[in-house]
Design a binder for this molecule. Structure first.
Ligand SMILES: NC(=O)c1ccc[n+]([C@@H]2O[C@H](COP(=O)([O-])OP(=O)(O)OC[C@H]3O[C@@H](n4cnc5c(N)ncnc54)[C@H](O)[C@@H]3O)[C@@H](O)[C@H]2O)c1
Length: 335
């Protein structure tokens, strides 16, 4: 793998000691993606059996290549909107989706299909097998929020026919579908609304690059750093190990059943400050290039995480400068 990822997996192993999952069967949809591949790593490190499904639309075979020789790991290239999956897992992490704005804006219908038809198939599998399911929703269900930090009780301010609707409205429909299955069939389900997460394996290239990873890629390659608007819009960035701890606890602690809650780091950062920090750390010669603000891009995003603290004792620990240094070093190693 890579020394940065190896040492992060070691710390995840120590943080997740209390969960006894050796021999348990996990299905990870979207398992070749950024978050999914980290989940596959920690589950395999804890001697679980992992079935990873991914159509490799935005994920990368490279993220899971090192796991293919492990007998407890099975990868299947499969589109979750197609034929149902014939498996009997104990647990399901359902992550398959296309969450990068540039990518989903170019693939609106596939994005809606994956989120809705795909999630319906995973809910049917959950109903038939009695597995425990975690669905990854997103801060985007809040749209242009007006309450900060944003609590789960905020119902959202979303444009249902705007360009981002293929992602945010279809994730909102996923939440409705999940709760309809929960109320109708009593399935063992939780919905987590993830806020911006970063770390090694977050793609910075092409249409898949999200702001933070794109800035890193542009800085280390001395390319122009592309900033939407004036850069005063904010996001709250959670390092991957904090998010993986949150996802593990959310699925494995049973009192989350039927709950919907935020996961993320509540420290708010302006995009322009993020770009400046990355330029400083990388000692880059890149210049800033300001581009028009995309339609419906939210101006602020900060999670209220009181509910996650109460339910799973969620406490993000990694400070932005430390997480950025690791992510940049990983990107330099993989260049
Ligand atoms: N990373 C974040 O900051 C963030 C924030 C909010 C929500 N999320 C949610 O977390 C989940 C994982 O996000 P990520 O950052 O790892 O993204 P990612 O793009 O790296 O991973 C998603 C994976 O799903 C796969 N996929 C897409 N459509 C599929 C289909 N039809 N069938 C099978 N596989 C398919 C992709 O190939 C990819 O590997 C997503 O559901 C996303 O909406 C992530």
């Amino acid at each position: 793998m890579n020394t940065i990822i190896d040492s992060d997996i070691e710390s995840l192993l120590s943080d997740n000691k209390k969960f006894r999952i050796s021999g348990k069967k996990f299905l990870v949809t979207g398992g070749a993606g950024f978050l999914g591949s980290w989940l596959c790593d920690i589950l395999i490190a804890k001697n679980a059996k992992v079935h990873c499904i991914d159509n490799l639309s935005s994920g990368r075979a490279e993220n899971i290549k090192h796991l293919l020789s492990n007998k407890s790991f099975v990868f299947k290239k499969h589109d979750i909107t197609k034929t149902p999956i014939n498996l009997k897992p104990d647990y399901i992490f359902h992550l398959a989706s296309r969450p990068s704005p540039d990518d989903y804006l170019n693939n609106e219908i596939q994005t809606i299909d994956t989120n809705t038809e795909g999630t319906r198939k995973i809910l049917e599998l959950t109903r038939k097998t009695g597995a425990k399911l975690l669905f990854t929703s997103t801060s985007e269900v809040y749209g242009e929020a007006t309450v900060f930090p944003t609590p789960e009780t905020y119902y959202g301010n979303v444009n249902p026919s705007g360009p981002r609707a293929c992602y945010d409205e279809s994730k909102r429909l996923c939440e409705s579908l999940c709760m309809a299955y929960y109320r109708t069939y009593g399935i063992n389900l939780r919905i987590v609304r993830l806020f911006n997460t970063y770390g090694p394996r977050l793609r910075g290239d092409g249409t898949y690059g999200r702001a933070l990873s794109r800035f890193i890629w542009q800085s280390i390659n001395n390319k122009n750093i592309t900033i939407w608007g004036n850069g005063k819009q904010t996001r709250s960035f959670c390092y991957i190990t904090d998010m993986i701890n949150g996802l593990m606890a959310s699925l494995l602690i049973n009192k989350t059943k039927g709950e919907t809650f935020n996961l993320g780091n509540p420290k708010e950062t302006r995009i322009i400050d993020l770009a400046n920090t990355i330029v400083d750390i990388t000692n880059s010669k890149s210049k800033f290039k300001y581009l028009p603000m995309p339609d419906n891009d939210p101006r602020r995003r900060i999670p209220k995480i009181t509910k996650a603290k109460q339910l799973i004792d969620f406490k993000p620990r990694v400070k932005l400068d430390k997480g950025l240094a690791k992510t940049i070093n990983w990107q330099l190693d993989s260049n």
